[in-house]
Design a protein around this ligand. Sequence first.
Ligand code: 5GP
Ligand code: MN
Length: 320
Amino acid sequence: MVEMELAGAAERLLASQKPVLTVHVSPDGDAIGAMLGLYWLLLEKGCRPVMVVDDSVPAVFQNLLGAELIKPVSEEQLDADLLVVLDASDDGRIGRVRQMVAPGLPVLNIDHHVSNTGFSEMRWLDVRAAATAEMIAQLADYWQYDYAKTGVAEALYTGIATDCGFFRYANTTPRTMRLAARLLEAGVQPNVVSDRIETQPVQTVSKLANVLSGLEMHSDGRVALISIPLDQYDPETDSDSFIRYPRYIEGVEVAVLLKSVAPDVTRVSMRSKELDVSAVALQYGGGGHKRAAGCTIPRPLDEAKAVILKTLSEAIDNGL
Ligand code: 5GP
Ligand code: MN
């Protein structure tokens, strides 16, 4: 695998005429924001990029500039000369997009996950970047991109802000803030971005009340867990933010959100203060960052819960 920095990745991108851009399934603000930002940068450079995601674009990101151009997965074979995989740390994370391009197509992975598996021929990995969108904002600076379209800056700002908890998490650096400041100078209104993301339908808040009423404390109060059983799981309700509540309970080291997405499939999200939860997620085929990680366990909710609580309690006892 060829490891690249900003300049090498920039050069490789420009050598491509028809890149396909893609991101991980269940795309978040960073995945969508980074992909849209790169799309507009490359278009301005004379490339003809195409965006594909094996999932729907969450409603809160649908009004970002160009979101309607993101293609869903289909039988179509795309005529491409490069596959750019953004914000995804392993091969499986892009779902069926691989099947839409030629098997031997070169892959450039642009990512910031510490759990990155090195699955691509070329990789620009920056684990110090708070977001993949922060890397794309650096690329914009490198190319002296003029943010004439505020929408491009807004997509990148959305990616950066969502992945660093609006500049509160440990991954926020001076560089994160400097790049975000450039985006504000380009016309982004931070309150508009955050209101759009934080505003929820009343049903979601009712669901949250319900989920929080099932809060469980484990490992002497160091693990707080909430879960959404199968009969309450609704893919249309955005429950990703629910984990912030157990996370901020006094004494809690790790917060866990379990979602029963099918009878034998449980999605696990973890947030920690110090414990390396990406190492825990990796044990179950997932990944992520030191303090925010996830995995999918092919077991019913109760079994997945027992397994993850045991692993976490051991990890806490071992001081990992
Ligand atoms: P979340 O809990 O919000 O789903 O994910 C937290 C972080 O872990 C994100 O950076 C996300 O990309 C990563 N992550 C979550 N689930 C998985 C997974 O199944 N595989 C990998 N490789 N990363 C994951
Ligand atoms: Mn990210």
